[in-house]
Design a protein around this ligand. Structure first.
Ligand SMILES: [Zn+2]
Length: 65
């Protein structure tokens, strides 16, 4: 049983910061604007499915373990 969480994107100096809207989860990740590389800061709820979008760019479900 996977719960779906939504990620909210915020522009930050290091790139696009995605924060999970679920307070109990706290997943955070940053996507570098230039390389598109994704860096997970906080894993949060690993069992949850995370999805989010910004400006027409749709994030695939991150597959980070
Ligand atoms: Zn979450």
């Amino acid at each position: 049983m996977a719960t779906e969480h939504r990620l909210t994107a915020t522009a930050s100096p290091g790139g696009l910061l995605f924060t999970c809207e679920d307070d109990l989860c706290g997943r955070r990740l940053v996507i570098d604007r230039q390389t598109g590389e994704m860096t997970v800061i906080d894993h949060g709820d690993r069992a949850a499915l995370h999805s989010g979008s910004i400006g027409g760019v749709v994030l695939a479900t991150p597959d980070v373990t």
